[in-house]
Write a protein that binds this ligand. Structure first.
Ligand code: GLA
Length: 350
């Protein structure tokens, strides 16, 4: 079932809607046309009680005031492009430097700040909502008009499935992801969440979070999550104060084959028993442990989002791919279809 309600207006006067998707098990996903943001996601714990497992706001105003990409679709290119510069087919492009000295998550007005068009789809297996937009030629400095469709389906198996497609009128770059901040307890921090990553390698970065180009083995390092580790076990050894924690792209074992979903991550929260498994056909997944949350943003129910209140597992192409010869390509050309799927499968461990 899907119920539509009004969610207010942007500062520019555009009407924004909120869609509530409920599946046959009573799980609920709320999705707004502003930024294609998942604002709430209620799934059962071990005791059968539903809890909201994502950070966000209950009003549009919260999102309009500015926030660190809660629940949105990040694009046209999620993650960083070094110095906001790249060359494609011999032409140079310069994008906004909104994460000095680099470009981050599509620029000043990325897909997270656009109002998407919504269509409710008739589909078996659970409610599905299609969101679409056309990013015009030259939008945020990117070449080509890009037509993007994202379908969110909340399946009857308590999976939030996200399907992305895009086409372009000129050669361009594309890298889309969902930027949900998960906290499977619905409170506190994620330091006690147990994470497993099916990733033997990661992409080490320089001091500005741009990959060096190397695919390094995680073996024997604090980046190794091939067996489950609590987030808090080693996170304070990574990065620099006051924003310690993981903010790194991992190379998904067997990933990057379009249409072939592989398990890249699984998260277990011992208190509630909730489990989140992420399946994707993307080559990478960015693990971000909410290192920049500092208590200044207050979300749903008055929850002050402090450091490590949540973790993001952003399935994606590797950061700065357009400038890295050895990374899988993010170039999309006219006539090609960008197509990718990620599933967030929720369950409980007894
Ligand atoms: C991504 C980036 C982080 C940060 C968050 C949002 O995960 O890699 O550095 O920008 O988005 O704050």
């Amino acid at each position: 079932m899907i119920v539509r309600s009004n969610f207010g207006k942007t500062t520019g006067g555009e009407a924004v809607a909120l869609y509530t998707l409920s599946n046959s098990k009573g799980a609920v996903a709320k999705i707004t046309t502003y930024g294609a943001i998942v604002t709430e996601l209620h799934v059962p714990g071990r005791d059968g009680k539903k809890g909201d497992v994502v950070l966000g706001f209950s009003t549009l105003d919260g999102y309009l005031k500015g926030h660190p990409y809660f629940g949105c679709i990040a694009g046209r290119v999620a993650n960083r492009i070094a110095r906001g510069a790249f060359t494609l087919d011999g032409k140079s492009y310069n994008l906004a430097i909104n994460n000095s000295p680099n470009h981050l998550h599509g620029g000043l007005k990325g897909f997270d700040k656009k109002v998407w068009k919504a269509v409710q789809l008739r589909r078996a297996g659970g409610p599905a909502l299609q969101l679409s937009l056309v990013s015009p030629d030259g939008d945020e400095g990117y070449p080509g008009a890009l037509s993007v469709k994202v379908v969110y389906q909340l399946t009857d198996e308590n999976t939030l499935r996200v399907e992305y497609t895009a086409t372009t009128t000129k050669p361009t770059v594309v890298n889309l992801t969902n930027h949900s901040y998960f906290n499977l307890a619905g409170k506190g921090t994620v330091l006690g969440h147990e994470l497993t990553l099916n990733c033997a390698k990661y992409t080490p970065v320089d001091e500005t979070s741009i990959p060096t180009g190397e695919l390094a083995s995680v073996a024997g390092t604090d980046f190794d999550f091939q067996k489950a580790h609590k987030i808090g076990e080693r996170s304070e050894k990574i990065g620099a104060a006051p924003n310690e924690g993981y903010d790194h792209n991992y190379v998904v074992d067997g990933g990057g084959k379009p249409g072939k979903l592989v398990k890249c991550a699984s998260v277990y929260e011992p208190g509630s028993g909730r489990v989140l498994e992420i399946f994707t056909d993307q080559p990478g997944v960015q693990l971000y442990t909410g290192n920049f949350l500092d208590g200044s943003v207050v979300g749903k129910g008055g929850w002050k989002y402090i450091k490590h209140s949540a973790l993001c597992l952003e399935t994606q192409h590797f950061p700065d791919s357009i400038n890295q010869k050895g990374f899988p390509t993010t170039v999309l050309r006219p006539g090609q279809v960008y197509k990718t799927v990620t599933e967030h499968r929720f369950s409980v461990r007894k």
